[in-house]
Design a protein around this ligand. Structure first.
Ligand code: SER
Length: 886
């Protein structure tokens, strides 16, 4: 079976068991403060599992989820590439039961699929069950064990500890005991030597876990305690890459048809061969070198997928949060390729076509954005390679120092600086040092690393308290229809960040929009009969509006009126609607490749990022503005379709974004021809925007442009500011009626005058030259000409060169200029003075200019230096003569 066939067969099997096939959620998570990336198939169902969202009629679902495990609780990054079965990005096959079948059903389905559909040999399968945890008050999962006993002999059921058999999403959140299925794929001889059960969970690459079935029963709270979940949920996760490897009878995930096409391409580009660590590969000499090549190829093949899929989900490499994680993954791949595959130029992006060919069908977001992904990757690679180069130069300098001092060990601080500033991990520094016969102080490096970690820990730690429940219930958002609403507090929690304390409140009904989709959260007040509390911001978490207040209301049980600040809300709404019109207009003017890549909307400004591969011209920007303003004047009303089934919304022609998570039902927002999937707050009609004006267009990353624009009131203010400036200008020109003509004439006269001045100056220089030639002093056979005059820099230079034309030997000229009250020193020597007397105007002026608090330099025969201290100019002139030592 090919990988694509395996994926299909899994979905089809569970579809046959009444499961609905659903799409993978994006790999990059946008509105959950506890998680940056989807690290398990269950993430997208977190609110259903916690009971804050109704699963509706589809209580059985099946999918293949794109996951990334690189940070937080499930972190595999450093292992990736070194073994043959860990990945950063991987696919997780999952079947879900929300309050429907539980332990027995899940175990029976899993067994049937593995044994009857995929025909795995039952003798090779081992299962683990939770052994219990007295300190948590949890007993052994005898129930799961009893269901397994229907399928496997007792010696194939193994007890597992809390680490392996109690699955938790993170430090807090849904969790429960789990049962894992392990497959023993060793040879019959190996199996005869030692039973597979001895090798389960022992890091043996041939006896590995392929499927984890979690019985979600608890919610782990911030204080560490366990709270039962409202309903039992089945969450299963099968490692797709491992499963395919079993089925294709390979010893490494990288030998399957998921990775082989990529590895073949790496071989073609690098000219190196993959294969020692597989049993059929090379042997003998060069074993270590070959192993490094293999590891590097695996790192590159794995990281290519992680980076490409993240960019496709809208997450660009950057210096913060999720963007930084992506940057680190890409840099890790570049380092390995640079060091072990000799790739000194951008290389990863060249592998993208193969990846798109292999996975583009199952994940169309990849093929649709191929060009953008390639550009972003290449730019990021180029820039990191430049950094690497700088780091290597620095390290070469450090090694020269060591050599000069007869030392052999690079200190830890220098190694750490390379790591911190240039992204050199210790092993790369050690490798380069070793090649030159030096060692690295590893202990010193680790100490510096520990210091930095401590610094990071002390900065900006946010501590969330547990939710205190005031009343049971779920929140209803009424903000599309109301800006004020009667409500009660459902729950609140205390949050401490950098010693500041505030509270987060969940209301039963709220008109407050929580920050999402680029639109900032509402502000306003919470008013009861006896008090008014300010809501300083609203954010969004697990689909709910979280209201942020500095003080809790005194009476938490009271009835409140939640009142949104309408003026701010209207500003944000108009700006949000303007971004939709802008998106539409950009597609019309620039083409269909334009894809939204980010936006920011607040009460006064709007920003819109989109894919486009060159600068947008002035003419195109004008066209876009005109189209947007035309749509504003047409006053299209907001035509909103809430709870539209996803398929129907697509048929309406609504524009969906890659990397956005959409439920089964979506909201579609239409203004005339513009139609988008959107959960934001909008103006009632486009006319409310008033007017639209672009104020800047720039680049944010390779292939991504940014437009900043103003609307309504802000445009009005800008127009007044422009008008005031025009009036000021006119009044400077006697209230000219035709300012353009007046200015043209003025500039013409100004140019004429400048030419006249230059002519006069040239004549003055000529006269001054004659005068100075007469005043030249003979000092030991050298003609010395010195003067302090009110000359412009160009005139001073001109004068110095003219004097040298007259006296070509034994000449020293020093001119101090005072024009515009700015001191300037000009020094000129004839060539023989430079040659025979070893004079250097550049060095001398550097010293003398100190007297005018200045600096400058030049060539040995001519130099100029400006300064700040006008009073020192005569002394500086004399200093030059003194230093010339005639
Ligand atoms: N949540 C479990 C895991 O990620 C099973 O899907 O392993």
């Amino acid at each position: 079976m090919t990988a694509n066939e395996v994926r299909e067969s899994y979905k089809k099997f569970f579809e046959g068991k009444g499961h609905k096939i659903v799409a993978s959620a994006p790999m990059v998570i946008k509105d959950d403060p506890t998680l940056m990336f989807t690290n398990a198939g269950m993430n997208q169902w977190k609110d259903i599992i916690l009971g804050t969202k109704d699963p509706g009629k589809d209580v059985r679902r099946v999918d293949s989820q794109k996951c990334l495990r690189v940070s937080g609780k499930h972190n595999d990054l450093e292992e990736v590439g070194h073994d043959t079965y860990h990945h950063t990005m991987f696919e997780m096959l999952g079947n879900w039961s929300f309050g429907d079948y539980f332990k027995e059903g899940a175990i029976d389905y899993a067994w049937e699929y593995l044994v009857s559909v995929l025909h795995l040999n039952p003798e090779d399968l081992y299962v683990t069950v939770f052994e219990g945890s007295p300190e948590e008050g949890l007993e052994r999962d005898d129930e799961a064990a009893s269901y397994w006993a229907k399928h496997v002999p007792a010696d194939h059921i193994i007890n597992g500890n809390k680490h392996d058999n109690f699955w938790e999403m993170g430090d807090t959140g849904p969790c429960g005991p789990c049962t894992e299925i392990h497959v023993d794929s060793r040879t019959p001889e190996e199996k005869a030597k030692m039973p597979g059960r001895e090798l389960v969970n022992k890091d043996n690459p041939q006896v590995i876990e392929i499927w984890n079935i979690v019985f979600m029963q608890y919610n782990r709270k911030a204080d560490g305690s366990l709270e039962p979940l409202p309903m039992h949920v089945i969450d299963t996760g099968m490692g797709f890459e491992r499963l395919v490897r079993m089925l294709q009878d390979k010893h490494s995930n990288y030998d399957t048809d998921i990775f082989q096409p990529i590895i073949k391409q790496i071989e073609a580009i690098s000219g190196k061969k993959y294969g020692f660590t597989t049993p059929t590969g090379l042997n003998g000499e060069g074993k270590d070198e070959q192993e490094k090549i293999d590891i590097a190829m695996r790192v590159v093949a794995d990281h290519l997928r992680a980076v490409a899929f993240s960019i496709a989900d809208g997450q660009l490499p950057s210096n913060a949060k999720a963007g930084y994680v992506i940057r680190r993954i890409l840099r890790r791949a570049v380092r390995y390729a640079y060091t072990f595959l000799d790739q000194k130029e951008a290389f990863l992006y060249k592998l993208l076509p193969v990846l798109v060919q292999e996975m583009g069908q199952a994940y169309p977001e990849l093929s649709a954005q191929q060009e953008l992904i390639a550009r972003v990757m290449k730019e990021e690679e180029d820039s990191f390679l430049r950094t690497l180069e700088k780091g290597i130069n620095l390290l070469n300098g450090d090694m020269d120092e060591l050599k000069a001092h007869g030392q052999t060990e690079l200190d830890g601080t220098s190694a750490f600086r390379l790591f911190d500033t240039y992204g050199f991990p210790l092993d790369l520094t050690e490798l380069i040092c070793r090649e030159h016969g030096y060692t690295v102080d590893e202990k010193g490096f680790n100490e510096e690393m520990a210091k930095q970690k401590a610094r990071a820990r002390n900065a900006a730690v946010v501590e969330n308290g547990d939710w205190e429940v005031i009343r049971e219930g779920e929140q209803v958002f009424v903000g599309y229809d109301y800006t004020e609403y009667t409500c009660h507090i459902l729950r609140y929690r205390k949050v401490t960040q950098k010693k500041n304390t505030f509270y987060e409140i969940v209301l039963d009904y709220t008109p407050f929009y929580g920050e999402m989709g680029g639109q900032v959260g509402d502000q306003g007040t919470l008013v009861s009969e006896n008090e008014t509390v300010e809501i300083i911001d609203t954010k969004r978490e697990n689909n709910q509006s979280i209201h942020i207040v500095k003080q809790l209301p005194k009476d938490l049980q009271a009835e409140f009126m939640a009142c949104v600040d309408v003026e701010k809300r209207n500003g944000s709404a108009a700006n949000h609607t303007a971004t939709h019109l802008l998106d539409y207009a950009l597609k019309q003017v620039l083409g269909d490749h334009v894809e939204q890549k980010g936006s920011y909307v607040d009460p006064t400004t709007l920003r819109f990022d989109f894919s486009h591969f060159q600068k947008v011209t002035e003419e195109e920007l004008r066209q876009v503005e005109k189209l947007v303003n035309k749509m504003i004047r047409e006053d299209f009303p907001l035509d909103e379709h809430r709870d539209t089934p996803l398929e129907e919304a697509k048929e309406l022609g609504a524009v969906a974004l890659f990397g956005e998570k959409y439920g089964d039902k979506v909201r579609v927002v239409r203004f005339g021809p513009s139609c988008e999937f959107c959960g934001g707050i909008h103006a009632k009609s486009t006319g409310r925007i008033g007017f639209f004006k672009i104020i800047s267009e720039s680049s944010v990353a390779a292939g991504i442009r940014r437009i900043e624009a103003l609307t309504g009131q802000a445009c009005e203010d800008t127009i007044y500011a422009l008008q005031d400036m025009m009036n000021d200008l006119k009044s400077m020109f006697n209230n000219s009626k035709d300012l353009k003509a007046t200015l043209k004439k003025f500039i013409g006269e100004h140019d004429e005058m400048r030419k006249e001045i230059e002519k006069f100056q040239a004549q003055a220089v000529e006269r001054t030259k004659e005068e100075l030639l007469k005043r030249a002093q003979n000092v030991n056979g050298v003609q010395v000409i010195k003067a302090v005059l009110p000359l412009e820099p160009a005139a001073a230079k001109d004068l110095a060169f003219k004097l040298r034309e007259n006296i070509s030997e034994n000449l020293v000229v020093v001119i101090g200029s005072t024009a515009g009250n700015k001191p300037l020193l000009t020094v000129m020597f004839s060539d023989d003075m430079v040659k025979d007397h070893s004079l250097n105007a550049g060095t001398i002026i550097h010293e003398a200019a100190k007297l005018i608090q200045g600096g400058g330099g030049g060539q040995p025969h001519y130099a100029q230096a400006g300064g700040k201290n006008l009073d020192g100019i005569s002394a500086a002139v004399d200093k030059v003569i003194e230093l010339a030592n005639l």
